[in-house]
Design a protein around this ligand. Sequence first.
Ligand code: FES
Length: 135
Amino acid sequence: MVDDSAPPELLCSAADLPESGRAWVWDVLQYGQPARAFALRFDGQAVAYLNRCVHVPTEMDWQHGEFLDADRRWILCSIHGATYEPADGRCVGGPCGRGRLTPVEVAERDGQVYWYPSRDIRPVPFDTAAAETPV
Ligand code: FES
């Protein structure tokens, strides 16, 4: 559920999400713990999910930002091949059962993509990000 009290966060330029291309990956906090999310464009729509497989809670991309299969049709977990529908994150094959990726709401406006924090998925505070930057 979107947190109406939290302003949308600028994510990237709309041009950074080519059709069925490499995803934009960013850091978030889920329940206060570090996590990653990704956004990609599929059938013209920007969609975003936590980078966490339903089968085993691990990141799915086979190279940084590469989530789609060779045909650029499905989101494919690189670990054991769970397959998800990009449009809604629903599992369509492999060991993810009836699960579904955790969505992150995104919207495009004036050539920019924004994401909407929820009660559970929050931006990384600036101070935390600075503290994690290697010296
Ligand atoms: S961890 Fe993704 S399919 Fe097993």
